[in-house]
Ligand binder design. Structure first.
Ligand SMILES: [Zn+2]
Length: 222
């Protein structure tokens, strides 16, 4: 009894709930919320093994809270980062407080980042989940956007996998506005227009030999 009384008294500490006045619904017409349901099973010939098919379909709400401006930025075709007003360091993905000890957990401020980046590191995916098989091989890069002190992962398009280089300059390319969903899949990286790959060498050839069979295999997919 005492506890619930205290909770009621502390209510003033909480921020007012946000008023949502802009809403977009792009759920496909055939998606139904079923929650958890057993939708079938199969049993081996000798009746020693059973597979049960459990289907899970539930609507999730992701409340982004303080980070929301990053995701709203994506809908607007912008990369929003944060910056420390004391030392000037900036970050995407964002930080709420500065990491430099001298800044004593200084609260950061929002800044719009330029749509340029630099490759920090990368990998080439030769295998993936079913929905992405036809897009293989996929180049995944960790790139620093603008002056960001941390790197962000996303796909790199418009280049042969063997031509990627450390530190190479990239641009950020957004999907058309009507296709954006407020997630990092709203954009990808591409080499900047002036970038030219370096000549073929032994390491590049090694990567090319590795990914060539992947291209061949993807061609066989229906
Ligand atoms: Zn700082």
């Amino acid at each position: 009894m005492m506890k619930s009384f205290l909770v009621t008294k502390n209510k003033d500490k909480f921020a007012d709930p946000p008023k949502f006045n802009e809403r977009k619904d792009y759920r496909p017409a055939d998606v139904k919320e079923t929650g958890l349901s057993f939708v079938g099973h199969e049993i081996s010939e000798d009746r020693t093994v059973i597979n049960q098919f459990l289907h899970y379909d539930q609507l999730y709400t992701i409340r982004h809270g303080w980070n929301s401006r990053f995701f709203i930025g994506l809908l607007d075709g912008k990369i929003m980062g944060t910056r420390c007003p004391k030392c000037g360091d900036s970050w995407v993905p964002v930080r709420t407080h500065c990491w430099n000890l001298n800044c004593k957990l200084q609260k950061t401020e929002w800044v719009e980042m330029p749509l340029t980046a630099k490759v920090h590191t990368w990998t080439i995916a030769g295998w993936s989940g079913r929905s992405s098989l036809k897009r293989l091989p996929i180049i995944l890069v960790y790139a620093s956007i603008g002056t960001s002190k941390v790197a962000m992962a996303n796909e790199l398009h418009g280049i042969n996998p063997w031509d990627v280089e450390f530190g190479m300059p990239l641009k950020i390319v957004f999907k058309p506005k009507e296709q954006r969903v407020g997630a990092v899949i709203d954009f990808h990286f591409e080499p900047v227009d002036f970038w030219k790959p370096s000549p073929m060498n032994e390491e590049k050839q090694r990567i090319k030999d590795l990914v060539t069979p992947v291209y061949e295999w993807v061609k066989t997919l229906k």
